[in-house]
Design a protein around this ligand. Structure first.
Ligand SMILES: *[C@@H]1O[C@H](CO)[C@@H](O)[C@H](O)[C@H]1NC(C)=O
Ligand SMILES: *[C@@H]1O[C@H](CO)[C@@H](O)[C@H](O)[C@H]1NC(C)=O
Length: 191
């Protein structure tokens, strides 16, 4: 397993101080956005560390969103580590192997509860690259709110206990809810 120091070297804090992102109610970009939850954790609480299953899931993600896959992403936005336990970072840990495989940074510049910041960060990236797909990894509580901030309406809660789901959003709608289908972890049952 990688040390958290190595992990941190992959995290780039995109500077936000003094920088106002444009407000975006229903973002108009065409890029595909994938929403996923952090991998399995030791307790239900966010910030308790990935279990062995969660670690295996993180290692599976390069085969789902990495280079030369059907869903390659060009941007990763993750829930930031808890301030009080700054070495505990479930969402970031979930995508470190993926970020390494893609050789791109993990943006952790949005606050835990700031769905609008997430939508604006995605819009900002989309202006720079109008074709690359984007990945959001967050605690399941905020994911439906993030989907709504991206224009989807009346979004239900993230299904309990599901760490394998991918919600695919294109042009302000959730187009699919599929499984990561990680070998050995996920039964590929339609949702
Ligand atoms: C957009 O992203 C794709 C996929 O990451 C990349 O191949 C391409 O070079 C990027 N284009 C620009 C203009 O940055
Ligand atoms: C995280 O930090 C806490 C307190 O500083 C420490 O007890 C714990 O061992 C650290 N965990 C890891 C995985 O480094």
């Amino acid at each position: 397993m990688r040390s958290s120091f190595t992990a941190l070297t992959w995290i780039v804090l995109l500077a936000t101080a003094g920088y106002q992102r444009v407000a975006a109610d229903d973002p108009s970009f065409r890029n595909t956005v994938y929403l996923i939850r952090n991998g399995e954790t030791n307790t239900k609480e966010f910030g308790s560390g990935l279990t062995q299953t969660g670690i295996l899931r993180s290692q599976c993600l390069p085969s789902v969103f990495g280079p030369n896959t059907a869903q390659t992403v060009g941007y990763i936005l993750a829930e930031p580590p808890l301030k009080r336990k700054s070495n505990v970072s479930d969402a970031v840990d979930t995508v470190i192997p993926l970020a390494e495989s893609l050789r791109i940074p993990i943006d952790i510049s949005c606050g835990h509860d700031d769905k609008d910041c997430v939508a604006e960060a995605l819009s900002t990236f989309a202006v720079k690259n109008s074709t690359a797909s984007m990945l959001v990894v967050w605690d399941s509580d905020l994911l439906p709110d993030i989907a709504e901030a991206l224009g989807a309406s009346d979004v239900n809660d993230w299904p309990k206990g599901r760490h394998d789901l991918i919600w695919t959003i294109q042009k302000n709608k959730i187009r699919s809810r599929a499984s990561e289908a990680c070998p050995g972890l996920d039964n590929v049952v339609p949702v």
